[in-house]
Design a binder for this molecule. Structure first.
Ligand SMILES: *[C@@H]1O[C@H](CO)[C@@H](O)[C@H](O)[C@H]1NC(C)=O
Ligand SMILES: *[C@@H]1O[C@H](CO)[C@@H](O)[C@H](O)[C@H]1NC(C)=O
Ligand SMILES: *[C@@H]1O[C@H](CO)[C@@H](O)[C@H](O)[C@H]1NC(C)=O
Ligand SMILES: *[C@@H]1O[C@H](CO)[C@@H](O)[C@H](O)[C@H]1NC(C)=O
Length: 360
């Protein structure tokens, strides 16, 4: 009996589907008593599905999930014996008390540590800015850790590397270990950062990593620097060694003597490509705690770096670097075929780069 009933139900359901798609009026005249029940169950199921779907969407969009995670982290940090009551709740996800595997932090064990990452592109002044930051007694920025390919092979390797770094177990000349108050690295957008951006953003938010974007406004100047650096990489102009950064005026002058000839056919494509990369990076990482710094602004005004110290909640210090700028003249004096370049860019959205000014 039950079997038969079920069978009939199924038939009715099939009829339903076809009926609803065909003509609703026919449905209402049907005398079957079982039929509304099946319909109700189907509608109820559908409503539940839609409900669950909308709920999961809202969780994602409103960052409720992230909020929950953060609350969780706040609870966890509170339990630690190191908790500092002066740190406001909103800051707690960003203050850490690492316990390195390889040494003891001793008197600084309960000194909060901030995690950061300088996100940048090649030839955008990140080497210079990193040395400036490292001149602070409490900052350890460990360089381009992800220039080594196996470390960025997949997200598992990336996470492992970051975990080691942020646990203060990474050794480099910049590591200040015990009393470090901010630890980080320099990470180029093309070193797995954009490729794995979703997972990395998640990692940054879960572990309370702050991002420091260092970008260049004038992408033509950056392009000249790329070409000149590639040339030196091949020619090794300084007594047979290649230097990406120099520490003396004489060295800078030697490197600046080379004036690249720019392919005017590919120039616009190049500029568009690097512009898009920067825009995409800002988009992808917009939901992290971050600050955006432009190389040109720091060159003009070193005090801009105090904003970074503020951002990392570190005591202000005078910062210094031995790096010497290579290209210091007008842009036209650093490009061999200036007339071509000027022609190619005039009337385009990149025209302002020609006067050494920035577009943004
Ligand atoms: C910075 O490091 C010094 C020792 O190198 C330490 O005495 C000082 O407390 C540290 N400051 C912060 C804010 O961590
Ligand atoms: C990630 O890369 C490493 C090598 O760098 C490899 O040993 C490992 O199997 C890879 N893991 C996954 C999940 O692909
Ligand atoms: C490179 O050579 C120049 C002379 O050509 C010399 O004055 C300079 O000291 C040398 N620098 C190094 C690092 O050897
Ligand atoms: C230099 O930068 C600081 C920090 O952003 C700012 O307060 C100051 O006004 C700037 N100075 C000039 C001359 O632009």
């Amino acid at each position: 009996m039950q079997e038969a009933g079920k069978g009939r139900e199924r038939v009715v359901e099939v009829e339903d589907l076809s009926a609803t798609t065909k003509d609703a009026a026919v449905v209402s005249t049907k005398p079957t008593k079982r039929y509304p029940l099946a319909l109700w169950i189907a509608i109820l199921g559908l409503i539940m599905l839609v409900g669950v779907y909308i709920f999961s969407l809202s969780l994602k969009q409103n960052g409720m999930l992230f909020g929950l995670l953060q609350t969780n982290m706040i609870e966890k940090e509170r339990e630690k014996p190191c908790h500092d009551p002066r740190i406001p709740d909103t800051e707690i996800p960003y203050v850490h008390y690492p316990t390195p595997n390889t040494y003891d932090r001793e008197e600084c064990a309960c000194m909060g540590v901030r995690f950061f990452a300088i996100l940048s592109m090649q030839r955008s002044g990140s080497g210079w800015v990193e040395t400036l930051l490292n001149s602070h007694p409490n900052i350890s920025s460990n360089g381009e850790i992800f220039s080594v390919k196996p470390r960025r092979n997949n997200i598992t390797e990336i996470t492992k590397t970051l975990d080691k770094l942020y646990n203060l177990d990474w050794y480099s000349s910049a590591a200040k270990n015990e009393c470090t108050a901010a630890v980080g690295l320099k990470w180029m957008l093309n070193q797995g950062l954009m490729k794995h951006h979703q997972e990395i953003v998640k990692y940054f938010n879960q572990r309370g990593v702050s991002a420091i974007f260092l970008l260049r406004r004038n992408l033509l100047q950056r392009y000249v620097s790329i070409l000149a650096n590639a040339h030196d990489s091949a020619m090794k102009q300084l007594n047979g060694t290649h230097k990406a950064h120099v520490h003396s005026k004489q060295e800078a002058e030697i490197l600046a003597q080379y004036k690249p000839t720019i392919d005017k056919k590919t120039l616009i494509t190049e500029l568009k490509r690097s512009d898009k990369l920067a825009v995409d990076a800002l988009m992808n990482f917009k939901n992290t705690r971050h600050v955006v710094l432009y190389y040109e602004d720091v060159v003009k005004n070193r005090t801009k770096l105090m904003d970074v110290l503020d951002f990392l909640r570190l005591p202000k210090r005078k910062l210094s670097s031995r790096h010497v700028k290579i290209h210091t003249k007008r842009l036209r004096d650093h490009i061999d075929n200036w007339a071509d370049v000027s022609n190619a860019l005039t009337g385009t959205r990149f025209e302002s780069f020609l006067n050494g000014r920035s577009r943004r």
